[in-house]
Design a protein around this ligand. Sequence first.
Ligand SMILES: [Zn+2]
Length: 241
Amino acid sequence: MEQVRILIDLQEVMSQARRLEEEKRKIPLEVSDLKSLFEEREARYLATEQEFEVLRQQRREKEREIEEERDKVERAKAKLMSIKTNKEYYAMLKEIEGTRRSNTAREEELLALLVRYEETEKRLAEQKADLDEVSARYRERMVEVEARMGSFDGDIGKFLARKRQVSSGLEPGLVRRFEMIFERRDGIAIVPARNSSCTGCHMHISPQLYNLLQREDRVHTCPNCNRILYYEAAGNEAAGG
Ligand SMILES: [Zn+2]
């Protein structure tokens, strides 16, 4: 039966397209580990960068304070010359001494800050190198993956063209029905009937329908699974094991 032969061809072409679609769907999963690694390294680097920025601001602020206090001491020293009374003079000296002491404490703080600043700067550079390396690997992989996806698209396109060509020999209504069964029955829309059974769902077929199938005059479907049936002699089953 011509129609059955075309439908079997159609199923083969559609199955190949479907297999390619499935393989294509799996490709992005292959890069997902590398993608999470990249995201993790990027997040780590950005956190350190932020930490470094805070330290840079604290350092700048501390240096500015020290500079201001030094100026204050210099101005006070200059003023000392014009002071007339001993009382005022000693009060001013005391003030200068106080400013100097608090500035010494500030310088200690600045030193501690500089240690952290340099440590963070070094860590930031290491993390940057690491991020660059992972990011380059990730980009390279993405280029490969996109190329593969593109070649899959080309192959799928060829099968879809072949599908159009094969189905041009059939009634459009039958093609639509076939496609619907193909989707609902996991890519198997046409199956042989053997030993009075549907090989798709293994249900027994009535003798009346089995007879109709053997006469091969039109397309029949399994009353249980709705797949299109065609007759295959029992001998084929025995030969196939
Ligand atoms: Zn069936």
